[in-house]
Design a protein around this ligand. Structure first.
Ligand SMILES: Cc1cc2nc3c(=O)[nH]c(=O)nc-3n(C[C@H](O)[C@H](O)[C@H](O)COP(=O)(O)OP(=O)(O)OC[C@H]3O[C@@H](n4cnc5c(N)ncnc54)[C@H](O)[C@@H]3O)c2cc1C
Length: 490
């Protein structure tokens, strides 16, 4: 169902159209609908979509929005999974996907990029110079660097390489009131004044519009080796993960897939991932799985591979490995397909990207089972095991009110326990709308008050991302629209 805005601003939209023209301001229903939602598919219809030609257009739009009290929502590729770019209160969506210049400064190990540059494309350009941008959300072929910075996106390689924040030298953009600002510059060290660059990173489009960024590039690893291991139980796999960290081998990928997740993927493929011969006669019907990758100099990989084999000999039932790219892709297949496979348990999924400390891995596993028992709903879980960022899914049928209620109760149970463990309600996707009901579980009134004081100081009319993060929105009360998005094919 598409949600229409409660308050409209026809006069302001007409003024914007008159100033910028119909090549930049779109009021057709189809364009507005395409910009009404992100990957959550919960659609809030904006009054107009604006594709500014330059900073002057953008500054005009923001000044007008402040004068006429029009909410503005900045949008990258719309791959977000929390509704953070959705125009909750209508108003205008600013789309910057056409601002996509990429300039590589190979000697400096930097790139100056516009916010609409696709992250995968930045890596293609950087690779021509033997460099890469390590943060790698699975949406890398579609998402923009502006969206990555605004959500401080993480990804599969975060345990070794860190997250987006670790790769941003400088940002340029506009304050919500329309004034241009520069936070830092194309230099490796910068400690002048308050660090508002880092305040913008992860602020989900609520504190400013990013129009340019200087990001850090690092040398491409010379080689790579991929490993896939099977474990008798989920507990064995998670204990093995802790043991792996103790070996001090830092893998670039360390993905855990629990037995529920592997069972979904096996059901979808119609065949087991590991043969009975491999698992042994006493082996489990469905194993837990870890996918690991080493990258670096071949000599270093050879040495670390020896350590990994010893580790697997102690902890795993099966170890597969390859340094052939096509063979590696076969080992990756399970991880790439498991998310879609979960829909065998229901037509709707609550996908939580919680993060817990290392000591809480086994309690988290127990918790996912308690949620499963308490709700009767499947809770397949996979995630980035080296940094504690697990994706816990609760699968349910949207048409079944009882299941909806149980899924909601299950998520609440999960969030409270995760915070009690010293973890966080989100490790990489951000708050947006989807996590807003849990913000008060994570943060004290003083913490939320401090955040709101910053918001008021930079955005006194509450123009950017109105209603996002701080107002409680139960998105599961809304029905997502049926639409195929480009990344659905993968
Ligand atoms: C298949 C799939 C896999 C994913 N895997 C991961 C993953 O591994 N790790 C991860 O972290 N995320 C992942 N995500 C979530 C998503 O891709 C990231 O949050 C990504 O950073 C969003 O980028 P985007 O360009 O699509 O931004 P959008 O979804 O359009 O917007 C996201 C936020 O950024 C803000 N924003 C966008 N551009 C600007 C700008 N120029 N100035 C200010 N604010 C701006 C928006 O207002 C919004 O708050 C995945 C999503 C999908 C669909």
């Amino acid at each position: 169902m598409v949600i229409e805005p409660a308050v409209r601003h026809p006069g302001a939209t007409a003024a914007l159209l008159a100033e910028l023209g119909p090549q930049k301001v779109f009021t057709e229903h189809a364009v507005r609908l395409a910009h009404a939602h992100d990957n959550t598919r919960i659609a809030f219809l904006p009054e107009a979509v604006v594709k500014p030609a330059d900073e002057a257009d953008l500054a005009y739009l923001l000044r007008l929005a402040n004068e006429r009290d029009v909410p503005v929502y900045v949008r990258g590729a719309g791959t977000g999974t929390t509704g953070a770019s959705a125009p909750l209160r209508g108003g205008w969506v600013v789309s910057l996907t056409h601002w996509d210049k990429i300039e590589i400064d190979a000697d400096a190990g930097m790139a100056r990029v516009q916010p609409g540059a696709i992250t995968g494309k930045i890596n293609e350009e950087a690779a021509k110079h033997g460099l890469f941008f390590p943060p790698d959300p699975s949406s890398v072929k579609h998402c923009t660097i502006g969206g990555n910075i605004a959500t401080n996106a993480g990804g599969l390689r975060a345990a070794k390489y860190g997250v987006t924040r670790d790769y941003v030298y400088a940002l340029e953009g506009l304050l919500p009131t329309g004034e241009p600002v520069k936070w830092a510059g194309p230099v490796r060290k910068y400690v002048s004044g308050y660090n508002l660059r880092d305040l913008w990173i992860g602020s989900e489009g609520t504190l400013g519009v990013i129009t340019s960024a200087v990001i850090k590039l690092v040398p491409l690893p010379k080689s790579r080796r991929t490993f896939q291991c099977a474990f008798r139980t989920d507990e064995d796999a998670l204990r093995a993960c802790v043991a792996l960290l103790r070996t001090r081998v830092v893998t670039s990928v360390c993905e855990f897939l629990d037995t529920q997740t592997v069972a979904c993927a096996e059901h979808r493929a119609g065949k087991p991932v590991f043969s009975r011969d491999e698992l042994g006669p006493d082996g489990p019907a469905t194993p837990a799985v870890m996918l690991l990758e080493l990258d670096g100099h071949p000599a270093q990989i050879a040495e670390e591979s020896r350590t990994l084999r010893e580790w697997a000999g102690e902890h795993a039932l099966v170890l597969r490995e390859t340094d052939d790219a096509a063979e590696a892709e076969k080992l990756w297949h399970l991880r790439r397909t498991c998310s879609q496979a979960m829909f065998m348990h229901g037509n709707a999924k609550l996908n939580e990207d919680i993060v817990v400390p290392l000591r809480s891995y086994l309690p988290l596993l127990r918790l996912t089972r308690e949620v499963k028992e308490a709700t009767g709903l499947a809770t397949p879980t996979f995630g980035h095991a080296a940094d504690g960022n697990f994706h816990v899914h609760i699968m349910y049928n949207r048409e079944d009110p009882d299941q909806c209620r149980k899924a909601e109760a299950g998520i609440l149970m999960l969030m409270k326990a995760v915070v009690d463990m010293g973890g966080a309600i989100t490790g990489e996707h951000g708050v947006g709308l989807a996590k807003s009901p849990f913000l008060a579980i994570q943060h004290s009134p003083a913490e939320i008050g401090a955040m709101l004081a910053i918001k008021r100081a930079l955005d006194p009319r509450d123009i950017l991302g109105r209603g996002q993060i701080f107002e409680v929105t139960n998105i599961w009360e809304h029905t997502p629209i049926k639409v195929t998005m480009p990344w659905d094919k993968h």
